[in-house]
Design a protein around this ligand. Structure first.
Ligand code: GAP
Length: 476
């Protein structure tokens, strides 16, 4: 698949625009147009429905407890000290001093980059390149709170949604009375001042994450790590990502964060790269975050397992008085939970959905571009088309459109030849075109055209809503 063709289609049909385009754009920022906003909403809504409201049953067939939060983008800066972002959320950066270049690059990714000199080469490959020594560059966007722009007023735009969950862990526990294991989910914006934003929306400076922090007993954490890794891979396949383009990759001990017991990247073979690239990370973060916030805030974030304590035998402990006293005081039943974190990018997955959907084929000798979105992802679920603009067809079509519109994003189109209208819907990725023709007026049936096969069948007009409902049901 040719990335340039996809980018052109996204602009032409209103999926994605460069941000501030009429002013020449702004590097690393993107806007979603009328079709793109629906597509990305579908991504986020599918995730919320399938992971928060109705997650798959647990490894022992149990219900999964999951709730959501929506936290502020700006938090107390102490959060980012505790999480380690102030000290360590940085990339190594080099500058090129050569006239005509003056480029700024990520030092650890030079091989995959091109410099501004023509013909472009990887930074450092011309004789005249003058690269500086790598410097550490913190990726958090800084801002000031209030009128004074002094160091005491510095705050950060959040670089991940996860920390909002950790600092609200106790609030959620107290307000919901949930018991371990349980998860807290959040979807929202994150900001990173990336040194080299690139590959369309893949690496942006403003993007959205869909994150779960799943809290569990340390002894059960590996079971939950494996559960979430498998659930998350399956989710992508269920939404139409072909398995041969998708792979889980277990990070090596050297790659992992020092506190992580295991991390799996779920990667997708994007057309702009020879190697699969990360869509999502599923990380076993042990008790790192809660321990850090407990230390920095001075608040007790431990968990007391009342059920275990009530059931446990707190007597003799083989005569060991110390252990017996500790057991009676409940010490072994008080611990800091471990956390499994499936952390996905809404924009990255939206881009993968676009790449996966793009296809060119020939129908009746005519070439077409068709976006083969999974129906749940498709921005428009059905187009309602009167065959001609007379003989009562528009009225009947419009009535059907008004009815379906109450539940689905449907589109009414009565302009131009029906073949051209089909082509426009194919480019938008609309799974169904419903046409009201002469026969519809006589027997109350309509034709329903399948986007991928272009085959048409007749069904009663009253059955259209049912077809849509079946099509959009999540896989079990
Ligand atoms: N809380 C863990 C965390 O933030 P991450 O691997 O840095 O982990 C998680 O980010 C996901 O967020 C990535 O897998 C990716 O999908 C998305 N993401 C990260 N940086 C991004 C960027 N600059 N542009 C677009 N998406 C990004």
């Amino acid at each position: 698949m040719d990335m340039e063709k996809l980018v052109a289609l996204c602009r032409r049909r209103g999926f994605i625009f460069q941000s501030s385009e009429i002013y020449g754009g702004i590097n690393g920022f993107w806007d979603y147009g009328p079709l793109g906003v629906e597509l990305k909403k579908n991504v986020k809504e599918a995730w919320w429905q399938d992971m928060v409201r109705n997650p798959p049953l647990g490894p022992d067939g149990q219900e999964i407890n999951m709730v959501g939060v929506d936290c502020a983008l700006v938090m107390n800066p102490k959060v980012w000290e505790a999480s380690g972002h102030v000290a360590g959320f940085s990339d190594p950066m080099v500058d090129c001093k050569t006239d005509g270049c003056k480029g700024r690059f990520r030092a650890d990714q030079l091989a995959g980059m091109t410099c501004p000199l023509k013909p472009s080469k990887a930074p450092g490959q011309f004789e005249k390149c003058q690269l500086t020594q790598p410097r550490v560059f913190n990726l958090m966007f800084k801002t000031f709170i209030g009128a004074l722009e002094d160091p005491s007023a510095i705050a950060y735009l959040r670089p991940e949604t996860a920390q909002g969950i950790f600092v609200n862990y106790k609030n959620v526990l107290d307000s919901t009375r949930l018991k371990l294991p349980f998860g807290i989910a959040q979807v929202g914006k994150a900001f990173r001042n990336e040194i080299n934003p690139r590959n369309y929306t893949f690496r942006s400076r403003e993007f959205e994450q869909m994150e779960i922090e799943f809290f569990c007993h340390p002894d059960e954490s590996m079971k939950w790590y494996e559960y979430w890794r498998d659930v998350r891979i399956r989710w992508y396949s269920q939404l139409g990502i072909r398995s041969e383009r998708l792979r889980p990759r277990e990070q090596t001990a050297e790659e992992r964060a020092f506190y992580s017991i295991g991390t799996t990247d779920i990667e997708y073979m994007f057309p702009f790269s020879e190697e699969p690239q990360e869509l999502e990370g599923v990380a076993h973060r042990a008790s790192y975050d809660l321990t850090q916030h407990q230390k920095h805030s001075g608040k007790d974030l431990s968990y007391f397992d009342e059920e275990l304590w009530a059931k446990a035998d707190k007597s003799p402990y083989g005569g060991d008085k110390k252990k017996e006293t500790e057991a009676k005081a409940g010490l072994p039943y008080r611990f800091t939970p471990h956390v499994i974190e499936p952390s996905a990018g809404a924009d990255r997955f939206t881009l993968a959905v676009l790449c996966e959907a793009y296809a060119e084929d020939t129908i009746g000798g005519e070439a077409r571009v068709v976006m083969r979105f999974h129906p749940r992802m498709a921005p428009i679920k059905a187009a309602i088309l009167p065959l001609v603009n007379k003989e009562g067809m528009p009225e009947k079509a419009f009535a059907l459109y008004r009815e379906l519109k109450q539940d689905y994003n449907v589109f009414y189109d009565d302009k131009g030849a029906v073949g051209r209208r089909y082509r426009r819907q194919d480019e938008a990725g609309t799974p169904f075109c419903v046409t009201i023709d002469g026969q519809s007026l006589q027997d109350g049936t309509v034709t329903i055209r399948d986007r991928d096969t272009t085959e048409q069948r007749r069904i009663p007009i009253g059955g259209v809503a049912d077809e849509l409902r079946k099509l959009l049901r999540p896989a079990q």
